[in-house]
Ligand binder design. Structure first.
Ligand code: UDP
Length: 250
């Protein structure tokens, strides 16, 4: 029996364009990025974005197992997107499902063009994305975190990949849909770009848009992605610092 029943908000966006979380159509939710937080990974990053909390870990280049997957002239890139059972309003059954398999594939394809795979023949680079708390937009948040984790692991890259979703609610094209908008809105369009060249490496859409709405969404996404890219660069330049204090008992 479901413990949690989702209710559609009466108004998703007001006539003045105010959204359920008080944002204007073109606003992003608050974002916080931290790089290098896992000791045992070669590279890692953590992203907090709205209600999303997502960890990315990169291992490699390292030896490929099983051996038959070895690509003699380039690196094998593997990505695994996983949602923790406690990351959703209703407990998610642990382990892979169709959605996580699809998301692992699109995330891998969004990131792979950024990596100089020829530099690492016969090896594998593993990317793990663990969703600890979800609030829509987890695939794009995962791409941002994974891209930083790759850079943090010292993997040779053409550039960072940054990502953001855009969408539509009624007549409004919106930036960074939240859970309600993802669930009850009219269209959702996650996108990612390989920066520097601004080549689009991920573009999906699951709802109707007119041509002009689509163009507006694309431009909105592009601008948001540029903003996130600046944050990524800043986060990578700022090494993670542990604040540690011990209480003296005197
Ligand atoms: N979601 C959920 N349970 C699931 C899958 C998804 O509650 O089994 C929620 C979660 O908050 C997720 C959102 O639905 O972020 C939107 O999921 P979608 O498949 O559109 O991917 P995302 O927007 O996270 O990339």
């Amino acid at each position: 029996m479901p413990l949690y029943i989702e209710k559609k908000p009466e108004v998703l966006i007001t006539e003045e364009g105010i959204r359920t979380d008080g944002r204007k159509p073109r606003e992003l939710r608050p974002v916080r990025m931290t790089v290098g937080i896992l000791d045992k990974a070669d590279g890692s990053a953590f992203i907090e974005w709205g209600g999303n909390r997502i960890l990315a870990a990169v291992f490699g280049p390292r030896e490929v197992h099983p051996k038959h997957l070895v690509l003699p002239d380039k690196a094998l890139i593997r990505a695994r997107y996983n949602m923790a059972p406690f990351s959703t309003p209703e407990r998610k059954r642990p382990g892979p499902d169709r959605r996580s398999i699809e998301l692992s594939k699109v995330i891998r394809e969004a990131l792979r063009p950024a990596i100089f795979v020829e530099n690492y023949p016969g090896s594998v680079i593993d990317i793990f994305i663990e969703v600890l708390r979800s609030d829509a937009g987890t695939r794009v948040a995962g791409v941002n975190a994974a891209s930083m984790a790759l850079a943090n692991a010292g993997i040779a890259m053409k550039g960072l990949v940054a990502a953001c979703a855009v969408g539509r609610v009624g007549d409004f094209v919106i930036c960074d849909p939240n859970h309600d908008e993802d669930m009850w809105g009219d269209a959702d369009m996650p996108m990612a770009m390989l920066m520097e060249s601004e080549e689009i490496t991920l573009l999906q859409t699951d709802g109707p848009m007119t041509e002009s709405q689509f163009k507006e969404a694309l431009e909105l996404g592009r601008n948001a992605i540029r903003f996130l890219y600046e944050m990524q660069k800043e986060a990578l330049k700022r090494p993670y610092q542990v604040i540690e204090r011990s209480v003296r008992g005197d």
